[in-house]
Design a protein around this ligand. Structure first.
Ligand SMILES: Nc1ncnc2c1ncn2[C@@H]1O[C@H](COP(=O)(O)OP(=O)(O)OP(=O)(O)O)[C@@H](O)[C@H]1O
Length: 478
């Protein structure tokens, strides 16, 4: 029997007599690795010194509900979702390797599957996508031929990725009877496409789930091809990014306001970063974007970055950067890497300058003789070129030169190194760029984030370190 206490950070000072009142029971076994966050083990050192270390039964009390240390058995994903998520989806999840829940899945699934509104707030690469997709599949009735779930994403690439995971889960499990059950149908409505095929599809036989960027979705709603009344669950992934985008925020607000009039609705918001989250949650309730009992699942609040990331910086002049990058690639020998550069300013575009992405990409094409494919991704590339870069990166080892367009939600688990060729604008941008590596939530493999700065930029990076609570080690190239 493996038992573990669910821990809520900071809520559990065992030594504090002030907390004594309500009886709770804590059951532990010797397998202390069951505690995924090692920093909480200290709190349980008391238990380790117990005379019967293999199984300690401790009874004590707590005063507030805020210190609710629930004692629950460590459960598998199947057990967490049993009876709520269709059996075929759970079998598929196991087939693709999703057996043990990650922290965010363990904490959020009971809430999501009970139909409550939820704000999922957890580190990059922690498995938020699977958590909300399981909630979506639990809310769908495949027998009804109507759109029942919408997942909003900020970029086309993230839309393609979420669609891939959703389709992987909704595919027939191995050995299932050919005509066992009607399949869940999924449509993507992503910016840049013609959307002609989707229009006819929506009219002829509406899909069960739509994965969309805000603009494309609103276009369909404006043309009366889609109605929000039948929607039972709305998910907004990377919602803080959409709220921060001047192009998308007004459309999103309008959409949330009209969705709030639906009676049977569930709203799920997901991100690794929510600036001023208390204020944001208050606004959500005030504006009726979520119901009053919305739950904020905040995993690892004191450690916003995944612990398996090593952060380094290197001071060099702008002119030296390309050569330094080449030397680093040679030394680090990454399995795959993303090189983030700044987006070209409007002023620079008007002046006809070559964008940094092109400069770095062409330099690497000419000078890098390693085994990885050199790819490029930026906002201004056309639909097909972007799709090609994205799918090529999925299948081989790559060096992807990109602007921040690749910094949100991209899940390329083979990425072992991130290079910030240009310093990100904000700490949040740093967090999301860094989060493109170290994306196996159940692994402790170390991945590296290296930032190139000038001497004058050192204080900016230091500010990010303070804000995100990580330490950056200085590198020197001999
Ligand atoms: N239960 C699980 N077991 C094994 N792997 C998992 C599990 N859940 C998710 N993963 C894997 O973890 C990786 C990261 O998951 P996901 O993309 O959902 O992260 P995220 O929290 O949405 O990150 P971000 O905030 O960067 O978008 C993916 O490669 C996914 O396949």
């Amino acid at each position: 029997m493996a038992f573990a206490a669910k821990h809520y950070p900071g809520a559990f000072p065992l030594s504090s007599p002030r907390l004594l009142r309500r009886e709770i029971l804590l059951v532990l076994n010797q397998d202390h690795d069951a505690f995924s966050a090692s920093r909480h083990r200290r709190r349980f050192s008391l238990l380790q010194s117990s005379p019967t270390p293999s199984l300690c039964l401790i009874s004590f009390s707590c005063r507030t509900h805020g210190v609710a240390q629930q004692c629950t058995q460590m459960r598998t994903l199947r057990e967490l979702c049993h009876g709520r998520v269709p059996e075929s989806i759970l079998t598929r999840a196991e087939e693709v390797g999703y057996v043990t829940p990650t922290d965010v899945q363990e904490q959020s699934l009971p809430i999501l599957l009970s139909g409550q509104d939820c704000v999922l707030h957890a580190q990059t690469g922690s498995g938020k996508t699977l958590a909300y997709l399981l909630a979506v599949f639990s809310a769908i009735d495949v027998a009804r031929s109507t759109v029942q779930a919408i997942i909003i994403v900020p970029t086309r690439e993230l839309g393609m990725q979420v669609t891939k995971v959703a389709r992987m889960l909704s595919a027939k499990p191995k050995g299932a009877a050919e005509k066992s059950q009607k399949e869940c149908s999924i449509m993507t409505l992503l910016d840049g496409g013609m959307l002609t095929r989707q229009k006819s599809w929506l009219k002829a036989e509406p899909p069960h789930i739509i994965i969309a960027t805000v603009e494309s979705l609103c276009r369909m709603i404006d043309r009366n091809l889609l109605k929000l009344q039948s929607i039972t669950i709305l998910v907004i992934d990377e919602f803080d990014y959409i709220f921060g985008s001047t192009r998308q925020v007004s459309l999103l607000r309008k959409l949330l306001t009209s969705y709030s009039s639906s009676t049977a609705r569930q709203t799920v918001l997901a991100s690794a970063s929510i600036p001023q989250h208390n204020r944001f949650l208050h606004d959500c309730v005030q504006q009726k974007w979520t119901k009053r009992d919305v739950v904020h699942v905040h995993v690892h609040p004191v450690e916003p970055m995944p612990p398996q990331l090593h952060h380094k910086f290197l001071i060099c002049t702008r002119k030296e950067r390309l050569q330094v990058l080449l030397q680093l690639l040679d030394r680090d020998n990454p399995k795959s890497a993303i090189i983030f550069v700044s987006e070209q300013s409007e002023k620079s575009k008007k002046a006809g300058h070559i964008p940094s992405t092109t400069l770095v990409y062409e330099f690497l094409k000419d000078s890098y003789y390693g085994e990885l494919d050199v790819l490029v991704l930026e906002q201004d590339m056309n639909f097909n070129a972007r799709a090609t870069s994205f799918s090529e990166a999925r299948h081989k080892g790559f060096l992807l030169v990109s602007t921040d367009i690749a910094s949100r939600g991209f899940d390329l688990p083979q990425t072992t190194h991130i290079y910030n060729f240009d310093l990100p604008k904000t700490a949040i941008d740093y967090l999301h760029r860094a989060g493109r590596t170290g994306r196996n939530p159940l692994s402790k493999e170390i991945c590296t984030v290296t930032t190139f700065i000038t001497q004058e930029e050192r204080f900016v990076l230091q500010k990010f370190e303070n804000e995100l609570m990580f330490q950056c080690e200085e590198l020197s190239l001999m």
